[in-house]
Design a protein around this ligand. Structure first.
Ligand SMILES: NC(=O)C1=CN([C@@H]2O[C@H](COP(=O)(O)OP(=O)(O)OC[C@H]3O[C@@H](n4cnc5c(N)ncnc54)[C@H](O)[C@@H]3O)[C@@H](O)[C@H]2O)C=CC1
Ligand SMILES: O=C(O)CCC(=O)C(=O)O
Length: 388
């Protein structure tokens, strides 16, 4: 039985996959085989030695110390595309909020005390202060056209916007999802100087931290409207506040409130709601549950962000899974242990990802603890699991 510790509220749909008697889910397990998380920050988290994998029900993994996990042989999974439609739907709302002063208009409605006459007549007199431009016919720049950005770019075309996209790392699979009417721009500055609206859909990493800063803002049109449903830190906070105060940026709509942003004019904030729909939560929980289940029971790795993906149909009496450094001679050393004990390899797979490699062996015998221990002792082996 595998013990899974949930660190956030995970959709109950994961229990369709992670159920008794194979699994026990709890939010207090001290020595879990797996952690199931949403946006919890795991930097500094005390990983127990039994921990084999982390399932991130969502896409962003900036909250997970990936290097530490890799060095400890902990496989980290995420759920690409599982919440993309949820973010796209909120983007449409954000686009409206970026254009029209809906937020201040609503605040006025709910705080009006009747002192200047009935609300029905008073509102007709003051409503012009909440006017704003229409977005149809305007230029939208999309930075990052992966699972979310591709949906956003396509729906913006349906809303009659002209759409420009910048994504220097776009995968071939993701490129297929973007409409041919979206114009690919290969220079960020070239995109920035043409946009009336800008929307961000990149992961937070060392390259994208502060991507929107004084310098990039200076290239933009005056009165640009920026939407950030990626991560707060992709936008330099000092720079965006300066630009809002000067009027260079007309409005900033973001999913990542901070104390300072809450008190800045022309900022509209939602409380990290992009992936918070019934469907997105259920999709992500099921996807992460399937990934962890296939890894824990079969050693297969799919949608990992720190290990190579390896899928092998089960074949043979038992399976030995070895996470090791990607250095010469590892397979020979491991296979020598099998052949010395007359164990035949029925099928195998070996894949690498940067400095790490993963080898899976299906063998024709039950694997003893002694053999597993011997493989563990080989130099540059990080973790060994035997699945009988
Ligand atoms: N507000 C929320 O609740 C949610 C926020 N997110 C955020 O949105 C981000 C994107 O989500 P997905 O589209 O699902 O991820 P994804 O991995 O499918 O797409 C990310 C895209 O960004 C591109 N990219 C990476 N670095 C870039 C750079 N420097 N410049 C331009 N493009 C770059 C990649 O090539 C990729 O196509 C996530 O990493 C996460 O931080 C995602 C889901 C929900
Ligand atoms: O709501 C969540 O769990 C986080 C969604 C998100 O930000 C992501 O998937 O990257």
């Amino acid at each position: 039985m595998y013990r899974i510790r949930t660190l956030n509220n995970i959709s109950p749909s994961c229990r369709e996959i992670l159920s008794a008697p194979d699994y026990e889910l709890s939010d207090s397990e001290k020595n879990p085989d797996a952690l199931f998380v949403r946006a919890s920050d795991l930097h500094g988290y005390p990983f127990n030695p039994e921990l084999k994998c982390i399932g991130r029900a969502g896409i962003g993994v900036n909250t997970i110390p990936l290097e530490e996990c890799t060095s400890k042989g902990i496989v980290v999974f995420n759920t690409p595309g599982g919440n993309a439609n949820g973010v796209k739907e909120l983007f449409v709302f954000a686009l409206g909020m970026a254009s029209r002063d809906i937020f201040d208009g609503m605040k006025w409605v709910y705080s009006y005390d009747g002192s200047e006459g009935p609300i029905e007549t008073r509102m007709e007199k003051i409503k012009k202060q909440f006017a704003g431009p229409e977005y149809a016919g305007k230029v939208l720049g999309v930075i990052g056209t992966g699972n979310v950005g591709s949906l956003v770019a396509n729906i913006a075309l349906d809303l009659n916007m002209e759409v420009l996209a910048y994504d220097p790392y776009l995968s071939v699979d993701a490129a297929w999802k973007v409409s041919r009417h979206v114009q690919r721009i290969s220079s960020l500055d070239e995109l920035l100087k043409q946009c009336d609206y800008l929307t961000l859909h990149v992961p937070l990493n060392e390259e994208t931290r502060g991507l929107i800063n004084d310098k990039t803002i200076s290239v933009m049109k005056n009165g640009v409207r920026i939407i950030n449903y990626a991560r707060g830190e992709v936008v330099d906070e000092d720079a965006i506040i300066r630009a809002l105060e000067s009027g260079k940026v007309a409005r900033y709509v973001a999913d990542f409130p901070t104390e300072r942003l809450v008190h800045t004019k022309n900022v509209i904030l939602t409380p990290h709601l992009g992936g918070t729909t019934i469907e997105a939560e259920s999709n992500c929980a099921k996807m992460a549950a399937k990934e962890m289940d296939d890894y824990l029971r079969n050693g297969n790795i799919r949608n990992s962000v720190n290990m190579p993906n390896v899928y092998l149909e089960r074949n043979g009496e038992s399976r030995v899974c070895v996470i090791h450094k990607n250095v010469p001679g590892m397979l020979t050393k491991i296979m020598t242990v099998f052949s010395r004990d007359q164990i035949n390899i029925e099928n195998m797979s070996n894949k690498s990802r940067g400095e790490i490699a993963y080898s899976v062996f299906d063998v024709n015998a039950k694997i003893s603890k002694e053999i597993l221990h011997e493989i563990t002792e080989i130099d540059n082996v990080i973790r060994v699991r035997g699945l009988n």
